[in-house]
Design a protein around this ligand. Structure first.
Ligand SMILES: C[S@@+](CC[C@H](N)C(=O)[O-])C[C@H]1O[C@@H](n2cnc3c(N)ncnc32)[C@H](O)[C@@H]1O
Length: 466
């Protein structure tokens, strides 16, 4: 690699750093017929051959995977053992777009062309709303970047930069003139210039447009116009989803191959509720800033983070499997840092590693929960029965969202079942449409149970049993 290939520039095209050195000239990668340029985890550029790894979001993890000798999986076994994996306790450095590309095993190529004799930057700094905050965005493109519209496609740093510019203008400042200069002006606005430069692969123009954005944002900050346009309400879904996708691309995507191991027909089959259905859950159950939300079996924590971003509530999750639990903790820390750099303040997120049937954290938090999610689509009846026992501790009015029902709509209270958990639940069934969950493209059903002890009390009162 020639020294100029590793240059990171700020928006004035001044060098602010460089990526770690590569053992191979990048030009050689383009000439290799079946080879492709890959920015590897060690930060080295290398030529690799063969097909791109397929990235998907539906996976399951065998119990033994990812365990480290010094941290045995048996930690999940006892009430005291559920480990606090991460919470929004304090700021940490973000994983940048350039880090994500460097860690990816997918092949990345030069997207832009550059003037002869000048620098050929591989990354650029984009200013963020918080004072002195910026992120280094890669300027490379995934081999499959044509699939940008595909949510399961490879990470596209250029699209990510442009979506971040739009998100900042639309949601993170309260200045109409800034918004117009970035998004509104369809002739010469920053977004239009970025689109044109990306489509024409003109690196110089792209850098100039980023430079203009940074200058405008700095001016807004100096004028005191930085702050969410949505006030104290939670972030709108499109902003929350942008942030969650960014975190996923930086923390989970580089390791997703390891998570895609399949253990079918077990309680640990992994699948995710996708963002649009999560937004529907939030609306349907009325989660608000003052609520407490718990995801029992949170996987990598995607639902917990989206709920926290969209509502500002205290959101917690517990996961039994080592690898997704670890990722959930890392995602929570990245979430906290990003929310601060975007000027969105502190969040209240906790992820635990443990068994929700045994965890002391769950026992402590459940009685205060307003909304509980259990994605029990693949849980066996024994685990669902154990969960039902936990629901006896829930307060009146708590909503339990599940993918399989815990009680039938025609459940009749009788002397035989009066003290069973089913007797304190009412249930409503709802439909979800295609593209709502990761394990199927088809629609399906979900259920919202509400803790309602009135029927039980009435039954007991009628029999003089209160
Ligand atoms: C289908 S995934 C759901 C992920 C996420 N909640 C969502 O809906 O997108 C279910 C998760 O529950 C976890 N799980 C199963 N039994 C558990 C237990 N006893 N304690 C904690 N997590 C458990 C599985 O390992 C799996 O990751």
């Amino acid at each position: 690699m020639s020294p100029r290939d590793s240059v990171i520039v700020n928006a004035n095209r001044e060098r602010v750093g460089s990526l770690p050195p590569s053992p191979r000239p990048r030009a050689a990668a383009k000439r290799a017929p079946r080879g492709s340029l890959s920015v590897r985890a060690e930060g080295q550029l290398a030529v690799v051959a063969g097909a791109e790894p397929e990235i998907g979001r539906c996976f399951s993890v065998p119990a033994h995977m990812g365990s480290r000798p010094e941290e045995p999986l048996s930690a999940a076994g006892s009430p005291a053992a559920a480990r606090d994996l991460g919470s929004s306790g304090g700021p940490a450095a973000i994983v940048s777009s350039a880090d994500a590309v460097r860690q990816s095993e997918a092949p990345y190529d030069e997207h832009f062309t550059w003037e002869d004799g000048g620098d050929c930057p591989v990354a650029i700094e984009l200013h963020l709303p918080a004072a002195a905050a910026s992120e280094t965005f890669s300027l490379l493109a995934s081999r499959s970047h044509e699939r940008e519209a595909d949510p399961h496609g490879e990470y596209s740093p250029i699209s990510d930069l442009m979506a971040t510019v739009r998100a900042i203008a639309e949601h993170l400042t309260d200045s109409p003139s800034f918004r117009f200069a970035v998004c509104g002006d369809r002739e010469n606005g920053v977004m239009r210039r970025l689109e044109r430069a990306r489509n024409r692969r003109n690196g110089g123009d792209f850098v100039q447009a980023v430079r203009e954005f940074n200058r405008l944002l700095d001016r807004e900050r100096d004028a005191g116009h930085i702050g969410p346009s949505f006030g104290r309400r939670g972030a709108p879904p499109e902003l929350a989803i942008h942030i969650i996708e960014q975190i996923y691309n930086r923390i989970v995507a580089p390791t997703v191959g390891m998570l895609r191991q399949y253990k079918a027909f077990s309680n640990n089959v992994y699948g995710e509720v996708l963002p649009t259905l999560i937004s529907e859950f939030i609306e349907r159950t009325g989660i608000a800033r003052e609520s407490m939300f718990i995801d029992l079996g949170c996987g990598i924590g995607n639902v917990v983070l989206q709920v926290a971003a969209q509502t500002g509530c205290h959101a917690c999750g517990i996961e039994i499997m080592e690898v997704p639990a670890r990722l959930a903790g890392r995602q929570a820390r990245e979430f906290e840092s990003r929310m601060q750099l975007y000027g969105l303040g502190r969040t209240s997120v906790q992820m635990w590693h443990g068994d929700f049937c045994e965890s002391a954290d769950v026992q402590r938090h459940l009685p205060r929960a307003d909304v509980v999610l259990v994605n029990n689509y693949a849980f066996d009846s024994k685990l669902n029965q154990n969960l039902l026992q936990l629901f006896l501790d829930l307060k009146e009015g708590t909503r339990i969202i599940s993918l399989k029902p815990f009680v039938t709509p025609d459940h009749k209270i009788s002397a035989r079942n009066i003290y069973s958990p089913e007797s304190i639940l009412t249930v409503r069934r709802y439909q979800y449409w295609s593209q709502s969950v990761s394990w199927t493209d088809s629609g399906g059903e979900y259920y919202v149970q509400t803790v309602d002890r009135s029927r039980m009390k009435e039954f007991l009162a009628k029999r003089g049993m209160t």
